[in-house]
Design a binder for this molecule. Structure first.
Ligand code: PEP
Ligand code: MG
Length: 606
């Protein structure tokens, strides 16, 4: 790739893509800020004017409607709003902000609203404040229109695009239908943020940490995205495109070759099983892989079902969804994680008060226990669906034994109530804890007496163990799943679970790397649960590695005293496996695509 047109970032979801970029200027609920290059200032001002004109038309429409329904007097407010919008001084000020600060129209309108808010809070008297609130109202409409317009335009099309955004958020990952997103590239975001989790789960190649991305792109510019190596190439030449297409073809050949092994059990040549399960976020995810090639769903992140809506789903709606997933699993287990909102996973209709440290705040099980009605409705729906398959309940963000005891009380009560009402409920529904909070690992021996299984959520456990935010690019180097402290915790959990005779699994993103999955098998884990597009790769690695070798990998990795040492051990595992591959398609692609390239991205974090 020609150097000057290639930007290096961090790979967060593998895969290659070639296509036209679509810049996501705005995502719902988030007012984005981006730099507007000098030559685009005029276009940005015109965009603002267009939104003001649209808002003016909309206000006129509302005025007519209200006048017809309840009279001219009530409709006057809209005429006042139109005057405010078209006040030349305010417009001039906004245009000057775009020009002088070189930021987008949304950011300038937001600043204006903030200014109104500040002035407003200084005023005395409720009536005066209410009157002042009217000043910002029409500008909120402009902001809404600025943010919605772009989305509506692209959403009504049908072409596939590479989405480019300032930040990788769950909203960006779900901005368009999945089939229309070729890849995602962003300026910021965390490798283990929920946006990244979604991109991996959807199988969308993704690169983050691309400096000045938005300023360097143009709407519709052709780009190549390399989600294996974390590269973005702008306006590729024909030679680059040809090379890229060759790599793509090799990659596809590898996937085809891996698929040939996919129906076989995930078992080592000496007969050790590592169950390979899928992480899913919706019923739609089940269309992206063959469930008969998995050992079940190890993690259904139910909050995404809640996020796609405008209000809490009713018990019946949840019941129908859970029934669908259970039926589609054809008797394989499905671990339904109870609502895990909070931090970066917000519901538009459930406002969590602003927290200065949301990762340590009101989230996951804490919300469910404080608002037990939410949990009760979800459990009722899940338990009613339990007759359709092998349901398991998984509790997020458990930090103490008491929390699990409290859930058991609610669970038993819900079960009793349902049975009294004549519903059929499966006799055995295992309840498990996610191990994500260090305190749950420290009291694990006690906790294991209260649960039927445990699943390690390393995405959160790593951030809490290492005090490094999973979403914060500035501490991305410190957020290291190969840190010896993380390996110590993982080893401890596997030993405790074995001793207690309770199954253990890892459902955080790190388990999606096949060398790490082998290490986990060697530590004594029974299962991993990963993004669906990684299932075959892991299965294939398990089928080619004796269990005794996995134990050796775990021993070597745990003996290392630095993250770098652990990464070296895992890299050697990859190289050994590649050398062992006999299938030409697998070998060639593996050498070119996987081995060194995975290492590349981990080196970048050092
Ligand atoms: C985790 O924390 O590892 C996990 C699987 O949960 P989530 O990524 O949804 O927080
Ligand atoms: Mg988590």
């Amino acid at each position: 790739m020609a150097q000057q047109r290639t930007i290096k970032g961090t790979a967060v979801a593998p895969g290659l893509a070639l296509g036209a970029a679509h810049i996501v200027r705005a995502t719902p609920n988030v007012v984005p800020t981006w730099t507007v290059p000098g030559e685009e200032i005029e276009r940005e001002s015109a965009r603002l004017q267009e939104a003001v004109d649209l808002a003016t038309d909309e206000l006129r429409r509302r005025q007519r409607l209200v006048a017809a329904q309840s009279g001219e007097k009530d409709a006057e407010i809209f005429s006042f709003h139109r005057h405010l919008l078209n006040d030349p001084t305010t417009l001039k000020k906004l245009q000057a902000s775009i020009r002088d600060q070189r930021v987008n129209a949304e950011a300038c309108v937001q600043q204006l609203i903030e200014r109104f808010k500040r002035t407003l809070s200084d005023l005395e008297g409720d009536n005066v404040r209410a009157y002042a609130a009217d000043f910002s109202d029409p500008w909120r409409l402009v902001l809404d229109l600025l943010m919605r317009h772009e989305h509506d335009t692209i959403a009504s099309g049908s072409g596939k695009v590479v989405l480019a955004a300032a930040e990788l958020t769950p909203q960006v990952a779900t901005y368009l239908e999945r089939d229309r997103i070729l890849a995602i590239v962003t300026e910021t975001g965390g490798r283990f943020s929920h946006g990244a989790v979604l991109a991996r789960s959807f199988g969308i190649p993704c690169v983050i940490g691309l400096p000045n991305l938005i300023a360097r792109l143009e709407q519709g510019m052709r780009v190549c995205v390399d989600g294996d190596r974390g590269l973005l190439q702008l306006r590729p030449e024909q030679d680059d495109v040809d090379q890229f297409l060759q790599r793509l073809a090799r990659r596809q050949a590898r996937h085809k070759a891996l698929a040939l092994h996919a129906a076989l059990p995930s078992e080592t040549p000496d007969g050790q099983r590592l169950l390979v399960m899928a992480n899913i976020e919706s019923v739609r995810d089940l269309d992206t892989f063959d469930v008969t090639h998995t050992d079940g769903v190890g993690l259904l992140r139910t909050e995404f079902l809640y996020m796609e809506r405008n209000q809490f789903p009713s018990e019946d709606e949840q019941y129908r969804l859970y029934c669908q997933v259970l039926r589609r699993m054809e008797g394989r287990p499905m671990a339904l994680r109870t609502l895990d909102i909070g931090n970066d996973k917000q519901l538009p209709y459930f406002k969590i008060p602003k927290e200065s440290n949301p990762a340590l705040g009101w989230r996951g099980l804490r919300i469910s226990l404080q608002w037990p009605d939410l949990l009760r409705v979800q459990l009722r729906a899940a338990l009613r669906a339990s007759a359709q398959g092998q349901l398991r309940i998984l509790l997020p963000m458990v930090s103490s034994v008491e929390e699990v005891q409290e859930v058991h009380r609610i669970f038993d009560d819900v079960r009793r109530q349902l049975q009294e009402q004549g519903y059929e409920v499966a006799p055995q529904i295992p309840v498990g804890a996610m191990l994500e909070v260090p305190s749950s690992v420290l009291v694990l021996e006690q906790l294991l007496k209260e649960v039927d299984f445990v699943s390690v959520g390393t995405n959160d456990l790593v951030q809490y163990l290492l005090a490094a935010d999973r979403d914060n690019a500035w501490v991305a180097k410190l957020y290291d799943p190969t840190h010896p402290a993380v390996l110590w915790a993982l080893g401890h959990i596997a030993r405790c679970a074995r001793a207690a005779g309770k199954p253990s699994s890892v459902c955080g993103e790190m388990a999606g790397d096949y060398a790490t999955a082998l290490m986990l098998l060697g530590m004594g884990y029974d299962a991993v649960s990963v993004a669906p597009n990684l299932l075959n790769e892991i299965k294939y690695a398990v089928r080619r590695t004796p269990g005794t070798e996995a134990v050796e990998i775990a021993r070597e990795a745990q003996a290392e005293t630095t993250g770098e040492g652990v990464r070296r051990v895992l890299q050697q595992v990859r190289e050994r496996l590649h050398a062992r591959q006999v299938d030409h398609n697998l070998q060639e692609a593996a050498l070119n695509e996987n081995g060194l390239e995975i290492d590349d991205s981990s080196k970048k974090r050092e």
